[in-house]
Ligand binder design. Structure first.
Ligand SMILES: [Zn+2]
Length: 685
């Protein structure tokens, strides 16, 4: 019988994340959850009341420390930890194993348990499974942990194997020592970084009558990727109908990653520990309040936080308290950090229940990476700051705060008016109705949707398309595969943006690095999503002899530098070649330019040309259609445009050869587009 009655309330789509619910002896607990650490029956510098207010559901207390002081007898006489520390909600006690094996006290290991010397009075003591459980019963926790032998995650296989075996024998003894206590008990999976040992650990422990399992022995020296790998692999094997607890983890980002991998419970000293030294997690990144930049900062600590600290105190005051090491500073920052953690957990839970966890995950994964966004830390002693440029490109920050890439030789800025990803979404992704087109039911096709991304630049357009695909895939249901083909002759702009990806958050994704390194990238998460990069001159890449290797496009994002920087991609020959490369498909091309010369050239090359939506201070953009029967959704240029062109002093762009000029004019005047439009019949010529 499971003493917690755990049940999964919602399971995220496209992720292992889940929202659960269980009942302890004191309260109903909602997962995923974060448990503040109250080592000595107190969460450092926090009142139980403020822990309650911030949403703490379970506190973690340390059996090892409480065994030594005040000792189990005090808890027995006081009726347990809840009354002792005036805490009404749940308590989880660890087994003491972690402290015994990680703290530098003289100890020796036997089958019976660990023999160690007390740091309070020098006595020699034995921590056996029976002593650990008796102490936890005296403390009166809601969830007890079976005594384990913890080894560093970097231990070699024979050490890890021995620790695993003894942990399992102790698990049996711990369960027996619980007897008929109504408290729940978890066992701890060891096995360092060895998959086989982790697997064996889970399989053996899930046969026993535990109420939940914990992943132990991580967050002690391994790399983040190793931790995530072991966590994912192990969580997958853990029973779905019990809570899964990852011990000692971690930063907000670590927790987010582990929730994504199916973990429900976390504990860590980080929020109160960093608070003591002036560290805070905020919606504007991780701040270190000791820094002088806050001396006169009148702002709220975190504009997006509703905790009591943020409601009342300025960054300048908190900076002062931190500099003077006042206890109040520790208390106020700790309170904020715990609020931050608990709010994150609530947002995660709500997103799982609402079926949009993956969206939240992507958004938070970028934000939680951040150092101080408002006052970036400049590395001392390396002044002047490294110039942020590479080849012909430099990072430029707009007055509005977003970063873009500027081509130094032409002075032209990619996405100068709107943040790059936003502009990419409005101009290319939304206008091409990409989300809708990915649904076979909407567009009547199950073929792979091929997008040509001409002018990869810093990959904003490509990433906007990839995000769109990922959001659609996460929503579930049948979806067409999508293959993105990016063309670029100079990868320095993307390399530069990747180097400064703090300013280009959308690049924090496996795709851009993948196409830069290998020329192609395949999503692991979504098999239907792939991306290739064709490096070199675009027109050469789509020339007749090389075209066969590239699938014909359905959508073209046409975003090279402008005619002023390089007019080669805007000429009649370029557009003719592009139209031929569509190979009869009804491709749609989207571009930022709405100039009469560009539109006339597209028409002369044989495209149908329609008005695109206005973006930022561009009144219009342009859509060009390769189809013989253009899509009625687009508003084709009509008679007014033709009249305007006819009156224009530069009807024929400079790039048209003298001997082609009259043919150019005649092609436009006779373009079927204007015959399709009844209003234009016979009105101009
Ligand atoms: Zn706050």
């Amino acid at each position: 019988m499971n003493r917690l009655n755990f049940r999964v309330e919602a399971q995220a789509a496209g992720s292992r994340a889940r929202a659960g619910l269980f009942q302890t002896l004191h309260n109903e607990v909602r997962t995923p959850l974060f448990m503040p650490v109250g080592t000595q029956a107190t969460v450092k510098a926090q009142l139980p009341q403020s822990l309650e207010d911030s949403g703490s559901q379970i506190l973690l207390a340390n059996t090892y420390h409480l065994l030594l002081r005040p000792g189990p007898e005090v808890f027995r006489r006081m009726g347990g930890i809840h009354g002792f520390m005036s805490w009404k909600r749940s308590v989880l006690t660890d087994s003491g194993g972690f402290q015994i094996f990680s703290l530098p006290h003289s100890r020796s290991m036997t089958e019976a348990g660990a023999v160690f010397q007390s740091y309070t009075d020098g006595r020699t003591m034995l921590l056996s499974p029976e002593v650990s459980i008796e102490t936890q019963k005296a403390i009166g926790s809601d969830i007890m942990m079976a005594l384990d032998q913890c080894v560093p995650s970097t231990a070699d296989e024979s050490v890890a194997r021995a620790a695993l075996d003894i942990t399992h024998r102790w698990a049996v003894r711990s369960l027996a020592a619980r007897g008929d206590s109504p408290a729940a008990m978890f066992a701890i999976i060891q096995g360092a970084l060895f998959r086989e040992l982790r697997r064996e650990g889970v399989l053996r422990l899930r046969e026993m009558a535990f109420d939940g399992l914990a992943i132990g022995g991580l967050a002690v020296g391994e790399a983040k990727a190793q931790r995530e790998d072991v966590c994912e692999f192990t969580a997958d094997l853990m029973p779905a109908d019990q809570p899964r607890y990852l011990m000692g983890v971690g930063t907000p980002l670590d927790i987010l990653e582990a929730v994504h991998r199916g973990v429900d419970m976390f504990d860590c000293i980080i929020p109160t520990q960093v608070a003591q030294r002036g560290g805070v997690f905020t919606s504007r990144g991780y701040l270190q309040l000791r820094r002088g930049v806050y001396k006169f900062a009148q702002d709220k600590l975190d504009p997006a936080c509703d905790c009591p600290t943020c409601a009342r105190y300025s960054r300048a005051y908190l900076h002062h308290l931190t500099k003077t090491k006042e206890t109040l500073g520790w208390q106020l920052l700790g309170k904020h950090n715990l609020h931050f953690y608990h709010r994150l957990m609530r947002e995660i839970r709500e997103s799982i229940v609402a079926g949009r966890f993956l969206e939240l995950y992507r958004e938070k994964r970028e934000l939680l990476h951040e150092d101080d966004l408002d006052n970036p830390v400049l590395i001392q002693g390396r002044k002047p700051v490294k110039p942020r440029c590479l080849g012909d490109y430099e990072v430029r920050v707009a007055p509005e705060g977003f970063a873009s890439i500027r081509q130094i030789s032409s002075g032209e800025i990619m996405h100068s008016r709107t943040p790059p990803l936003e502009e990419a979404r409005l101009l290319y992704v939304d206008q091409s109705r990409l989300a809708e087109r990915l649904l076979p039911a909407e567009c009547g096709s199950e073929e792979t949707l091929v997008i040509w991304d001409v002018g990869l630049g810093a990959a904003a357009n490509a990433m906007a398309a990839i995000r769109c695909y990922e959001a659609q895939a996460a929503a579930g249901g049948p979806l067409r595969a999508m293959h993105l083909v990016s063309f670029e002759n100079d990868l320095d702009s993307l390399r530069l943006a990747l180097t400064y990806n703090r300013d280009f958050l959308y690049l924090r994704h496996g795709g851009p690095a993948g196409v830069i390194e290998k020329g192609r990238w395949q999503s692991k998460e979504f098999p239907g999503l792939s991306w290739e990069l064709i490096e070199g001159d675009f027109l050469k890449s789509i020339s007749e002899d090389r075209l066969h290797a590239i699938p014909a496009p359905e959508i073209i994002f046409y975003d090279p530098f402008s005619r002023n920087a390089d007019d080669r991609l805007w000429t009649l020959d370029a557009f003719r070649l592009l139209l031929a490369a569509c190979r009869g498909r009804s491709a749609e091309l989207f571009t930022y330019s709405a100039s009469t010369a560009v539109r006339a050239t597209l028409l002369a090359a044989g495209f149908y040309v329609a008005k695109g939506r206005g973006i930022a201070d561009r009144a219009e953009t342009t859509v060009a259609l390769a189809a013989s029967a253009p899509d009625a959704r687009h508003e084709l240029l009509g008679i007014e445009w033709l009249e305007k062109w006819n009156r224009s002093g530069a009807k024929v762009p400079a790039w048209v050869q003298p001997n082609e000029q009259s043919a150019f004019e005649a092609t436009i005047a006779g373009h079927p587009q204007f015959r399709l439009n009844p209003a234009s019949l016979g009105s101009v010529f």
